[in-house]
Design a binder for this molecule. Structure first.
Ligand code: HEM
Length: 362
């Protein structure tokens, strides 16, 4: 198998912004590990089954695994920098760490395909997992958040997006094309925000509201969101992350929010941004956006390359014998294969050209 570049190896992390997104955070129940691991090679089949007939929907499904569940699911090497989300307790604002073993980031131009992908997968997984957070995001006008500002403008693009978001061979040769993703659900105090003038709001964000232009350096407050999140590495180069935030809202729950999602080749960059926002610098500059937005969830996940999903390692401690045992057991279960249920996706092609899916895997 030829060595793939990070962009070739990756799940669709570097994908265009879409009109709809679904963010699902799941925990894996005790005893649910085998069901989850056995579903992993079928993730791309589910995406193809739903998305293939609707190319205009541009469905992109990304799956990430949390630190604790990684060791429950997989034998073999761990992603070098995978660890639990670090909660932050700043002088005024906190970033909690909340439960989550799996992250599904589903993006498309319309929600129906996200819904169908999730329905197929969650039906398959049944009681093996619990949905602990679910957010349906939508595009708001010209990609604005519900604070009214265009969100995503300074995202890296093209090769810069790949370099920012994806692990390369130098960083971690075992996981080329992987990515570390941090998610946080933020709830906005919209009436407090609306009590500010547009100019005051621009000083909080660091860009103008209507024109979406960054404030000149002399006018950019150190506690603005842009200022707190502009960071440079030891080489003086700006450090980027790739964001795919989405607005969401619920009238019944009284929620107006932004689902923050940031991909990076190393979690350290995003974590530094979070420390800048919540803990602040020695002069006490923290992110003013936090006076209006509260983080209510927090999770860190590793998004392995597609090849890892298609052919995951055996269960921990089972080694090769375990692989055989688990393959035997799936053969035994073939009559109950949920892939033969009415929601069955089309069978995928594997690298050997077979219909190597679920219990049909040779
Ligand atoms: C309430 C949640 C958030 C909202 C509403 C929000 C919104 C925005 C907006 C409107 C911008 C300016 C336009 C642009 O996207 O370039 C921006 C920039 C940015 N945000 Fe956020 N953001 C949120 C949370 C976060 C978090 C948690 C991080 C990092 C951990 C982050 C990192 C960034 C970065 C890196 C930029 C670009 C800065 C630059 O180079 O100009 N954001 N955000």
């Amino acid at each position: 198998m030829p060595k793939l570049s990070p962009a070739e190896a990756a799940q669709p992390v570097v994908s265009p912004l879409t009109s709809a997104a679904m963010f699902l955070v799941l925990t894996v129940e005790d005893g649910g590990e085998d069901a989850v691991r056995e579903a992993v090679p079928d993730l791309s089949a589910y995406a193809r089954a739903v998305g293939f007939g609707h190319p205009e929907a541009e469905l992109a499904c990304v799956t990430g695994f949390g630190s604790a569940v990684w060791d429950r699911l997989f034998d073999g090497p761990r992603p070098a920098e995978l660890h639990p989300f670090t909660a932050l307790d700043g002088p005024q604002h906190s970033a909690p760490s909340t439960p989550g073993d799996l992250l599904l980031h589903l993006r498309a131009q319309h929600m129906d395909v996200c819904y169908d992908f999730a329905a197929n997968l969650l039906t398959r997984l049944g009681g093996a997992v619990k949905v602990v957070d679910e957010v349906h995001g939508f595009r708001y006008y010209d990609r604005r958040d519900l604070l009214g500002f265009v969100d995503g403008t300074e995202n890296p693009e093209g090769v810069e997006a790949v370099a920012a978001a994806l692990v390369d061979a130098e960083r971690d040769p075992e996981f080329v094309g992987g990515s570390y993703v941090i998610v946080q659900k933020y709830l906005h105090d919209i009436s407090a925000w609306n009590s500010l003038s547009d100019h005051e709001q621009a000083l909080v964000i660091g860009r103008t509201k209507t024109g979406n232009v960054q404030l000149p350096d002399a006018a950019l407050p150190k506690n603005s969101h842009v200022s707190r999140n502009t960071i440079v590495g030891p080489d003086g180069e700006e450090q980027d992350i790739l964001r795919a935030n989405m607005p969401f809202g619920s009238f019944r729950e009284g929620e107006v929010g932004t689902y923050f999602i940031g991909y990076c080749a190393t979690p350290e960059t995003t974590e530094q941004m979070l420390r800048n926002m919540f803990i602040g610098d020695e002069e006490g500059n923290r992110d003013r956006i936090l006076d209006f937005s509260t983080a209510v969830t927090g999770g860190l996940f590793f998004v392995p390359p597609t090849g890892f999903l298609d052919d995951p390692p055996p269960a921990p401690g089972r080694g090769l014998a375990g692989t055989a045992a688990s393959d035997d057991s799936t053969d035994d279960d073939s009559d109950d294969d949920p892939l033969t249920a009415p929601t069955t996706p089309a069978k995928p092609r594997t690298s050997d050209g077979s219909l190597g899916i679920g219990s049909l895997r040779s």
